[in-house]
Design a protein around this ligand. Structure first.
Ligand SMILES: [Zn+2]
Length: 580
């Protein structure tokens, strides 16, 4: 190695697309697009901002937040060590840079994600910073421009990172209500929780040439389906062909397009209108997990004898137990007069979501839930409770119908996650989930959610943005499956039990974090052992939580719901929730 080697590396770089050796300065002048093959290299947030905004107009927003390791997460490294390393290597405080600026003379608030920082993952700080940027846009009545680059939610912050999808979405909803433009620019790569929230629930979605966007990543889909993926799967052109983005834009045209869009939508000042990653597991693994869950040790009482708390991994197995009551079981045992409503009105009816009108102690409600099954045949027919985009759109239709009819919504959440499949991606899984999350943040009717079994990532949250969130004692709620988390961070799927503990996914943990309002106790041996007693307890909890909501005016409900999800930002996380 000679002394000139580092210098050589700075002067030249190799194109990831065509392997041409390119003069670094020439590449930068060409906006980091290869002059030979057109490959768009990934940009860090500072360089992205430099390319997009008017020179001298950038006003960075504060990016220092209280240090947060809300669940004291440790995999092979403590989370704070990973954060420190990311800061040292990027020079950034977090995975997003926020600012106000002008683009072609139009004032905007901007949040630009940086994939170099822990894969652009969405944690409490990132969610808080983007939310503040959106709130700044609202205060100043200017458009919001988001540039996304992310692998998804940040596993190391557990379910609190999942909550950020709701927090940011409701800020977007507020801009929508105020008649202010929101634009997202998808850059490579945009996946998971970011794709399934603010990357796709904005007014306009632009995809940079070469960007890939999806809910589930290609590796996961290949693993689950066991099939090769179609050519160009999840690329910008694929997204355009499947109606998921407004346009695909070359990097050199991006600024010009933004200027044109900002100018077009600025014609006439905005007026206030008259009136918010999938886990890798094959079907066979899911069936094996269900078998495994059928033989479980009893809960061991705590030393002080107060409560019997199961080990996190045992709880996961309990939550997946094939004998556990399903949504249709509860519709039979807890509710009366269920009338099932089918279809998304767009061409499909997803069997993994069931919904319809029913009565709870004589009151009419809309019930929507994931449906699993007790036998292999049922599980396969219901796709293991993993909803397709059609399922999410059916749920959305029923939520809106409930609001129109003045019916409260009760959701029963029991899903390993949203469907990780080729067709689901083609039909806009990310945007379907994102729209549900946003719609729930502003739905003008009471919403009560119960995590009854598995609360798996964005697929669960799409039914769980609610005024009150209840959780059965042996249910779990997590940003990622323990197996998926273990495969990525340890990296070894057999570390799933350790990952389950690190993720704080049990009901008592989530109650302490404020994600869950009330834990519904199960009979001593668990729900599957005494479904009738479980139903009685669930019914009592539903009534106790729903009745007070019925007296709250809808506008107040929405305001309080927003406050509930606003508080999961970094400030709260920084206070530490004292979970052990
Ligand atoms: Zn090239």
């Amino acid at each position: 190695m000679t002394a000139t080697a580092p210098r050589e590396e700075q002067l030249w770089s190799r194109c990831a697309g065509c392997a041409s050796l390119l003069y670094r300065k020439r590449l930068r002048r060409n906006l980091d697009v290869c002059p030979e093959c057109g490959e768009h290299a990934r940009l860090g947030a500072p360089e992205r901002l430099r390319q997009l905004v008017d020179p001298g107009s950038l006003r960075p927003l504060a990016d220092r937040l209280p240090e947060a390791d809300p669940i004291d997460f440790v995999d092979v490294l403590p989370y704070p060590h990973r954060l420190t390393a990311a800061r040292a290597s990027t020079g950034l405080v977090e995975a997003v840079v926020c600012a106000t600026a002008t683009i072609g003379g139009h004032p905007v608030a901007m949040a630009v994600m940086d994939f170099r920082f822990l894969g652009g993952s969405l944690g409490c700080a990132v969610g808080e910073l983007i939310t503040r940027t959106a709130e700044r846009a609202l205060d100043e009545r200017i458009p919001l421009v988001l540039v996304t680059a992310s692998g998804g939610a940040r596993m190391q912050e557990g379910v609190l990172s999942l909550m950020q999808m709701a927090t940011v979405s409701q800020a977007i909803a507020a801009l929508r209500e105020a008649g202010l433009l929101t634009v997202s620019v998808l850059t490579d790569p945009t996946y998971g929780g970011v794709a399934a929230s603010f990357a796709t629930n904005t007014d306009l979605v632009l995809a940079e040439s070469g960007a890939r966007m999806g809910f589930a990543g290609p590796r996961v889909i290949r693993q689950v389906t066991g099939r090769a993926l179609p050519e160009g799967f999840q690329t910008a052109d694929f997204l355009l062909r499947h109606g998921q983005v407004d346009m695909v834009v070359q990097r050199r045209s991006l600024r010009g397009r933004l200027v044109a869009l900002l100018a077009a939508t600025h014609a006439g000042a905005p007026t206030r209108p008259s009136v918010p990653r999938q886990e890798p597991a094959s079907h066979r693994e899911r069936l094996a997990a269900a078998d495994d869950a059928a033989a479980l040790p009893p809960a061991t009482p705590e030393a002080d004898g107060t409560a019997a708390v199961r080990d996190a991994w045992d709880t996961v197995r309990m939550a997946r137990h094939p004998g556990r009551p399903t949504t249709l079981d509860y519709l039979d045992s807890v509710f009366d007069g269920f009338v099932e409503l089918h279809g998304d009105r767009l061409g499909a009816d997803c069997p993994a979501i069931v919904g319809g009108v029913a009565r709870l102690a004589g009151r009419h409600v809309m019930v929507i839930g994931h449906q699993k099954g007790h036998t292999t045949a049922e599980l396969v027919a219901r796709n293991f409770g993993m909803a397709s985009p059609a399922g999410h759109r059916k749920a959305l239709r029923l939520m809106r119908l409930a609001a129109r009819l003045g019916l409260p919504v009760v959701t029963l959440v029991d899903t390993p996650g949203a469907d990780p499949g080729v067709s689901a991606e083609e039909h806009g899984q990310a945007a379907a989930i994102a729209e549900n999350i946003l719609a729930l943040t502003v739905l003008p009717t009471p919403v009560l959610a119960v995590i009854t079994g598995e609360g798996g990532s964005g697929g669960a949250l799409a039914l769980a943005v609610a005024d009150r969130v209840l959780m059965l004692e042996n249910a779990v709620y997590s940003v990622i499956s323990p197996e998926g988390c273990a495969a990525i961070l340890w990296p070894d799927r057999s570390a799933a039990p350790q990952a389950a503990r690190a993720l704080r996914l049990r009901a008592p943990d989530l109650r302490r974090l404020g994600v869950v309002d009330e834990v519904v106790p199960e009979p001593p041996a668990a729900a599957h052992d005494d479904p009738a007693e479980t139903a009685l307890r669930l019914r009592a909890a539903l009534l106790a939580n729903l009745l007070p909501l019925l007296d709250v005016p809808p506008a107040m409900l929405v305001r309080l719901r927003r406050q509930r999800f606003r508080r999961f930002g970094a400030t709260r996380a920084g206070q530490r929730a004292g979970v052990r």
